[in-house]
Write a protein that binds this ligand. Structure first.
Ligand code: PAF
Length: 307
């Protein structure tokens, strides 16, 4: 495994792989991360290894996507452990640039995806998705991957990146990968380390809310988005001390609100939520087919959450 910190070195390294093996033979996969890797990242690497020939893992805590009062300085970092995990998973190249390497001066050019970023995390974290779209477009230019792998836990991030790729004609396939969960249902996240013991127990309200949503949609095939949001809100308020940042039921991937499911033209619905604990803001979501047949409604993860 090569560990590279300079953009020029990474370009040279990928160019020599492409030259040696023939550019049509080498498919490059990119797994973009901010480090502090966990099993969720490992599953993205596994998907990349299965579908591409050379896997580049980027590790970069991107200052551009953190607001002034957010946790950029405190964001958990453990370079040594990350490199062990990357090596064990068979990553070919780790790209771990410094902030100065990625942003040698103030950025005068940024990428902003409108509309999709107005709701959910975009509403409560202004500028966040401009930072994400900007760094991901830089990574796409630097690595020129054939495929890039992102976790479905950040469903809005995937929708934003897919829109950017389509609008700006990036020659890359975006591959969404399922959310990985702890045995009790909590979605894996680097920020889970911020939770106290009591909060860790209460954090289960997020995955429980998605299971409640699955039941609700099954029992009310023509459901009202507002009624579903209020079921979820009641559960979170009674079962935790977490502060609800948002609960949204939207068409996916347009992220447009709707009143009743029978008005919907979109193929999918997303139930998405963010809950703040003292030091951690957690997000989770689930996509549902808008056909709402009992068999395709609930994915295996939610069935196992209820067992
Ligand atoms: O999902 C993340 O970890 C980040 O938003 C990403 C895609 C690596 C961009 O910094």
């Amino acid at each position: 495994m090569e560990v590279i910190t300079r953009i020029s070195q990474l370009r040279d390294c990928l160019a020599s792989h492409r030259l040696n093996q023939g550019p049509d033979r080498v498919k490059v996969g990119l797994v973009a991360t901010m480090g502090f890797l966990h099993a969720g990242h490992a599953s993205l690497i596994k998907a990349a290894k299965a579908q591409t020939d050379i896997v580049v893992l980027s590790i970069f805590v991107n200052p551009l996507q953190f607001g002034p009062n957010e946790d950029f300085d405190k964001y958990p970092r453990d370079a040594e452990r990350d490199l062990h995990l990357a090596e064990a998973e068979g990553v070919d190249i780790v790209f771990a640039p410094s902030v100065e390497e990625m942003y040698p001066g103030p950025m005068k050019t940024t990428v902003s995806v409108s509309g999709l970023t107005a709701r959910l995390c975009g509403a409560t974290r202004p500028g966040h998705f401009d930072g994400v779209a900007t760094v991901v477009s830089k990574l796409f230019h630097i690595v020129q991957p054939d495929k890039a792998f992102f976790g479905q836990k950040d469903a809005q991030q995937i929708a934003v990146i897919q829109q950017m790729v389509s609008d700006l004609n990036f020659p890359v396939d975006i591959v969404p990968c399922p959310t990985l969960r702890e045995a009790d249902g909590l979605a894996m996240s680097s920020r889970n380390v911020y939770l106290s013991e009591a909060e860790r127990r209460q954090a289960l309200v997020l995955s429980q809310s998605l299971a409640i949503a699955a039941d609700f949609i099954r029992d009310h095939p023509q459901f009202s988005a507002e009624e579903l949001m209020s079921e979820i809100s009641n559960h979170i308020r009674t079962a935790s001390l977490g502060e609800i940042d948002y609960i949204e039921v939207l068409a996916y991937p347009s992220l447009e609100p709707f009143k009743r499911s029978d008005e919907l033209e979109s193929d999918q619905v997303i139930v998405a939520l963010a809950v703040k604990f003292s030091k951690a803001r957690l997000i989770d979501n689930q996509l549902f087919s808008n056909k709402f047949s009992k068999s395709d409604l609930i994915d295996n993860q939610l069935i196992s959450l209820r067992k």
